[in-house]
Ligand binder design. Structure first.
Ligand SMILES: [Zn+2]
Length: 348
C-alpha cells in the first residue's frame, strides 16, 4: 500500500495538470477544462479562459472503478470529469486520501476486526441454527426407503468384522424381539423396524440405531442389564434416534459443515488441521443434542407404559461404572461421542 504524502512536502510541480471537461450542472453545456494543482489542497480550475480557485476539501471525488472517468463535484453543483484516473489518484494521494474505500478499510484495523467478528457470528448462526434446521428439512424430504438402504449398507459393513451372530438362546432372542415390537408399535410410520442381536466382544455393551429402522443391540449389553425394563429403556432410546431420523440428519449436517469449512477456511494450509477438526467437533455437539432428544423419547415412552424412567438411568450408570472400573477401551469410545452420564442420568 502506498503511503500518503504529507501536504507539507508537496510542491505544485510534482502534481500533474489534469485535462477534462467541465459541466455547469444546470444545462448540458460542456467545455474543455483543466485542473492545475497549486498545493495539495488547492487547484485552479481553468475553463473558457477563466480561472477559479477550487479547494479540494470541498470537492467530492467519485471512486475509481476501472477506466470509468472520474467526477469531481463542486459545492455549487457544477462538476469536472476526466479520464485521467492516474492524475486524480496522485492528487488524492497528495491530500492523504487514495483510491477509494478499500485502502481506507485496509488502514482501519478496528473495522477489519469487526468484519472478522461479523463473519464468525454468521458462521456460528449458520452452524448452530440454520444447518440443523436445514438438515431436518432435507431429512424430512428424503423418502424413508433411502434411510433403509443406508442402514442396510452400514450393517453389511460391520457384520462379520465387529459384529458376530448372537449367542443368546433362541427363547431369549424371541423375548427381546417382543420387547422391540412393543417399543416400536406406536411409532411405526411406515418404518421397517428390525432388531438385530449381535455378539460384539470388541465393542462391548452397546446399542445403536441405523437410518431406516434397524437397531443393533449387543449380547454384552443384554447381559449387563439387571432386568428387561432396563433393556426396554435402551430400545426406546434407539427407537427415538430412528423416529427423529438422527442418522440421516447427521449425514446431511456433516456434508453441510464440510462445505462450510471449505468455503470459510478455504485452502489456507496453516489452518488445514482446524478445517479438519471443526466438522468433527461440531458433529460431536450435534450428537450430544440428538442423545438428549433420544433420552427424552425414551423417558416419555417409559412413563406412558408405566415403567419408572429410573430404569434408563440405572443402566446408563452401570455402563459408566463398568467403563471406569474396567480397562475396556471400546466402552470409552462409546462414551466419547455421548454427553457425560452425569448430565443425562441420576446415578446413586
Ligand atoms: Zn443414543
Amino acid at each position: 500500500m502506498r503511503s500518503a504524502t504529507s501536504s507539507m512536502s508537496i510542491s505544485p510541480s510534482d502534481l500533474p495538470l489534469i485535462q477534462g471537461t467541465w459541466f455547469d450542472g444546470r444545462s448540458a453545456r460542456a467545455c474543455a477544462a483543466a485542473l492545475r494543482p497549486q498545493s495539495a489542497d488547492l487547484c485552479w480550475l481553468e475553463a473558457e479562459a477563466q480561472q477559479c480557485e477550487v479547494f479540494l476539501t470541498e470537492v467530492s471525488v467519485s471512486a475509481r472503478i476501472g477506466q470509468i472517468p472520474r467526477r469531481l463535484t463542486f459545492a455549487d453543483g457544477s462538476y469536472f470529469e476526466t479520464a485521467d484516473n492516474d492524475g486524480i489518484d496522485v492528487l488524492m494521494a497528495a491530500r492523504g486520501s487514495s483510491r477509494g474505500w478499500v485502502p481506507w478499510l485496509e488502514r482501519q484495523w478496528k473495522v477489519a476486526l469487526l468484519a472478522l467478528l461479523g463473519v464468525a457470528g454468521i458462521c456460528i448462526l449458520l452452524v448452530t441454527v440454520v444447518l440443523p434446521r436445514l438438515a431436518t428439512r432435507i431429512a424430512d424430504a428424503v423418502p424413508t426407503s433411502v434411510d433403509a438402504q443406508i442402514g442396510a449398507g452400514v450393517l453389511r459393513t460391520l457384520d462379520g468384522r465387529l459384529l458376530l451372530p448372537s449367542t443368546l438362546s433362541p427363547q431369549r432372542q424371541k423375548q427381546l424381539q417382543t420387547h422391540f415390537a412393543a417399543v416400536t408399535a406406536d411409532s411405526s410410520r411406515g418404518t421397517a423396524w428390525q432388531l438385530q442381536l449381535r455378539d460384539a466382544a470388541s465393542i462391548g455393551p452397546n446399542a445403536f440405531a441405523f437410518p431406516g429402522g434397524t437397531v443393533v443391540m449387543t449380547d454384552q449389553l443384554v447381559n449387563l442389564a439387571q432386568n428387561d425394563e432396563e433393556l426396554l429403556s435402551v430400545l426406546a432410546h434407539e427407537a427415538g434416534h430412528v423416529y427423529r431420523r438422527h442418522g440421516l440428519r447427521q449425514l446431511v449436517q456433516g456434508l453441510g459443515i464440510s462445505a462450510l469449512a471449505m468455503i470459510v477456511l478455504g485452502d489456507v494450509s496453516a489452518i488445514t488441521s482446524l478445517a479438519g477438526a471443526a466438522p468433527a467437533l461440531l458433529q460431536a455437539s450435534y450428537s450430544r443434542d440428538m442423545e438428549r432428544e433420544a433420552d427424552a423419547y425414551s423417558r416419555d415412552w417409559l412413563n406412558r407404559h408405566g415403567i419408572p424412567p429410573q430404569r434408563f438411568d440405572d443402566l446408563l450408570c452401570r455402563l459408566a461404572a463398568s467403563d471406569t472400573h474396567s480397562n475396556a477401551k471400546n466402552t470409552a469410545d462409546y462414551f466419547a461421542s455421548h454427553p457425560a452420564v452425569s448430565d443425562r442420568a441420576h446415578c446413586p
